[in-house]
Design a binder for this molecule. Sequence first.
Ligand code: SF4
Ligand code: SF4
Ligand code: FES
Length: 235
Amino acid sequence: MLQVELYRYNPEQDAAPHIRTLSVPEDFRRAMVLEVLEYLKREDPTLSFRRSCREGVCGSDGMNINGRNCLACVTRVSDVLDRRDCLKIRPLTGMPVIRDLVVDQSLFFEQYERVRPWLVNDEPTAGRERLQSPQEREQLDELYECILCGCCTSACPSWWWNPEKYLGPAALLQARRFLVDSRDRAGSERLAALEDPFSLFRCRSIGNCADVCPKGLNPMREIGRIRRDLLDEGT
Ligand code: SF4
Ligand code: SF4
Ligand code: FES
């Protein structure tokens, strides 16, 4: 049997969060962590967690597994078991827990909205979509793939310390995605909105964000590129 140490917290019943130690059959070694959770939920339907696509696309099952943020649906049990053959499953760090593995992501999505994640362009169109050259489209690679799972922001120490003021790696990656879009006309405004001491500059280049991103993206690098753009803008 494999051991699972599972974070449980129902604020309507529990005085405090607690860890439940459970067992699952050895066969789950080859399964994904999400399958372990589905199995445990069949045993105890009160267990709460988010999931939808089961394919690493929707971004809803970000959680902390053996100390590392990841998506449960694409994380194989055998890859993350510790030396005691134990899975430690916790909610994403740094976000308030609503119940069990479900965290409140309101602030995370407010920060996403703050970078205006849409095209700003009042120029009239010729009655069809705004076109890009293949080279212009390539500029969006390693940016548009973000699924807003929150794994990076939840792993960022700078965000833990200043969650209300520092936008965090996910929102800043999205800021960069619109800064480089050839169809957008708000580049200067977008940069000016990031120029205060906190929104962007609290990144300390620790790199946790790039380390945990399940899509292989690198928010730290993109934050550095925004800083460079700000410097270029000032010269
Ligand atoms: S590199 Fe910056 S954004 Fe990424 S985890 Fe570190 S402080 Fe946070
Ligand atoms: S950058 Fe990666 S870790 Fe961060 S929200 Fe997007 S997909 Fe998730
Ligand atoms: S269930 Fe959609 S990303 Fe895991």
